[in-house]
Design a protein around this ligand. Structure first.
Ligand code: FHN
Length: 445
């Protein structure tokens, strides 16, 4: 009998081991990103100078598109470079702001569509050292500050380039033809790709130490092909094998929904923009990039700020569906993050200080999202994120949740009573936080 029970035990152990397949190299590479949950997007460049307004005309949409939307000729827009002197820029301060907000990585626009580079590129003089009075390596200062403070440094890079004569419009300086008419091709784009884009990506991956993510944008132009995308993905992985690359490196993205359509496309995660997928998608890595107001690049007259409550609930919503939130700031031409962003980031950081256990490393739960909030899960623990606190303190939870012990995450010692009859938790009469109060539920078994 003893021999048989030992055999059964070995069989069970083997089965349980094979159920949890060993992590793949990609799982190991993605682990920090999956655990991070929350990052800072920084849209900063020459567009912060006009700040949404040029010669008395205001841009209707996002501020960093002012050159295209107001049809500013390249020779005119270039003049902003000589004005770019963000003397109040302080990399240590920016990284501390992100860290105190509970963000684990920073993605900054190394080069946006306007083509201006925030580092000293060897393949152009249209950069912060050669064309602007500032003459400081913004990416280098940020990379050093990130390294010192334990934040991952990541770079946004635009495939679209409205400044480089080979990048888009055949009739330079008619740079935006390709934006407005998808039948317009630039026969010299392959040369731009080979002799400009790739060398710049190599600079970003060899000048600043470990790069967490290369965040491509501008994948939509017809000049850029899926063959280029796949080549670029491999190119990056050969220089820094652990660098993560978003799906906009290739051509698989389904518009602003950001996830890949069927097919074989390069890229490690999907990139919904200004939206959160309706449902969680098991086994798929994705990150929603979202603005705090209505613009990515600074616009002096955009006062449409989302509330701190909405931003915290967006973070919870995204993590409860297995994604990351990349939340944007658009600094001013002086190098300051707007006050409205700072107050919201400080509030999110305070909430995460008390509730980060329910976010960092947490995943989607298998349970239907409840009326009153969302669930996240970690191994044998469910976190109930309560948006709408029950008036009588009685919180009905999903009846499949087998409660061993429940407590408020902010005050774990105070046990909460669970009533099996109606699978309810008896909460204090008042919520812990205006936006989201978190209940920690240790599961049975
Ligand atoms: O055109 C860009 C836009 O300026 C901004 O950078 C966003 C952020 O992801 N991406 C593109 C719009 O989809």
């Amino acid at each position: 009998m003893k021999y048989l029970s030992r055999l059964i035990l070995i069989a069970i152990l083997f089965a349980s081991h094979s159920l949890h397949a060993a992590p793949t190299p990609d799982d190991e590479r993605m682990e920090w990103w999956r655990d991070a949950g929350f990052g800072m997007f920084i849209h900063w460049g020459l567009y912060a100078i006009p700040a949404g307004e040029y010669k008395g005309e205001r841009v209707g949409g996002i501020g960093e598109w002012i050159m295209e939307k107001l049809d500013i000729p390249v020779t005119e827009y270039e003049k902003f470079a000589a004005q770019f002197d963000p003397v109040k820029f302080d990399a240590d301060e920016w990284v501390s702001i992100a860290k105190n907000a509970g963000m684990k990585y920073i993605v900054i626009t190394s080069k946006h569509h306007d083509g201006f580079c925030l580092w000293d590129s060897e393949v152009t003089d249209y950069d912060i050292i050669d064309a602007a009075p500032f003459k400081r390596d913004i990416l280098g200062e940020l990379a050093d500050a990130c390294r010192e403070q334990g934040i991952k440094m990541c770079f946004y890079y635009s495939i679209v380039d409205w400044h480089h004569p080979q990048a888009q419009a055949p009739l330079f300086p008619n740079y935006n033809a390709g934006q407005r008419d998808k039948s317009v091709f630039n026969p010299e784009f392959p040369e731009y790709f080979e002799n400009y884009l790739k060398p710049q990506i190599k600079e970003l991956l060899t000048k600043y130490g470990d790069v967490g993510v290369v965040w491509f944008d501008g994948d939509w132009i017809p000049d850029y092909t899926t063959e280029m995308g796949k080549e670029l993905y491999q190119f990056i992985r050969e220089i820094q094998p652990n660098t993560i690359v978003n799906n906009r490196v290739d051509k698989g993205r389904s518009g602003m929904k950001g996830l890949n359509r069927e097919g074989n496309f390069a890229g490690d995660f999907g990139t919904p923009e200004q939206e959160i997928p309706d449902e969680g998608i098991n086994g798929l890595d994705w990150e929603s990039c979202i603005t705090m107001n209505k613009t990515w690049g600074f616009k002096h007259f955009d006062h449409n700020w989302k509330s701190e409550e909405e931003l915290i609930q967006s973070l919870v919503e995204i993590v409860s569906k297995g994604g990351n939130l990349l939340l944007n700031v658009g600094p001013t031409a002086e190098g300051l993050i707007p006050e409205e962003s700072l107050t919201r980031l400080a509030g999110m950081g305070k909430w995460l200080e008390a509730n980060g256990e329910a976010i960092y490393g947490a995943q989607a739960s298998p349970f239907e999202k409840p009326e009153w909030g969302r669930y996240t899960q970690k191994e044998n623990t469910i976190y109930a994120h309560v948006y709408d606190w029950p008036e009588n303190g009685k919180l009905i939870i999903n009846d499949e949740i087998k409660v061993k012990r429940a407590s408020l995450l902010a005050t774990p010692k105070a046990k909460i009573k669970f009533d099996k009859k109606d699978t309810s938790l008896q909460l204090p009469m008042d919520p812990i936080h205006d936006a989201v109060s978190v209940i920690k539920i240790d599961l049975k078994g």
